[in-house]
Design a protein around this ligand. Sequence first.
Ligand SMILES: Cc1cc2nc3c(=O)[nH]c(=O)nc-3n(C[C@H](O)[C@H](O)[C@H](O)COP(=O)(O)O)c2cc1C
Length: 175
Amino acid sequence: MTELSARTLRELFGLFATGVVVVTAVDTQGAPIGLTVNSLTSVSLDPPLLLWCLASTSQNRTAFTPAARFDIHILNDDQAQLAMHFARRAREKFETDAHWRSEPSPPRIHGALARISCRVQATHEAGDHVIIVGAIESAERGAGEPLVFHASKFGRFTAKVAAPDILPGSSDGWL
Ligand SMILES: Cc1cc2nc3c(=O)[nH]c(=O)nc-3n(C[C@H](O)[C@H](O)[C@H](O)COP(=O)(O)O)c2cc1C
């Protein structure tokens, strides 16, 4: 098998279109932190679990220890700028108060499609990333359409075919 370069892998993974979220938490000093993530995956309905993958080199690795709280904000299609803002490798990403509020912590981003509050249930080292499994404690929905990420571009979702009959659990309200 041909060895795949990091660039090729990045491009391959980029073919898999995803939504975009901003994960917020507080660091060990209690300061707000946030980063843009597209590795979010649903894991379990009962108990409610999700996962996402954090680069091991992240300056925020120590914020996601077992039982630490974090919030997932599923971004709206008008929040591409916000996604870029939280993808910067900067210490201070909360310098303006235009799009967030700190209480109750973790910081909350305004205008998201949904916010899901979690606690770190487990972490698993996996290559150059850490898989963070979150136990979902509460969730809140906003209005709008999702921001979509594909091949290094942000865009919008266009519905073509409804799939309610083939999804598991759809008869008891999955959709
Ligand atoms: C669309 C998009 C998706 C991203 N997904 C992830 C991800 O799943 N995991 C990750 O660790 N970084 C991801 N990043 C990169 C981080 O947002 C970026 O490296 C950020 O600077 C990390 O912040 P930190 O070093 O302050 O923790 C993504 C960036 C973008 C633009």
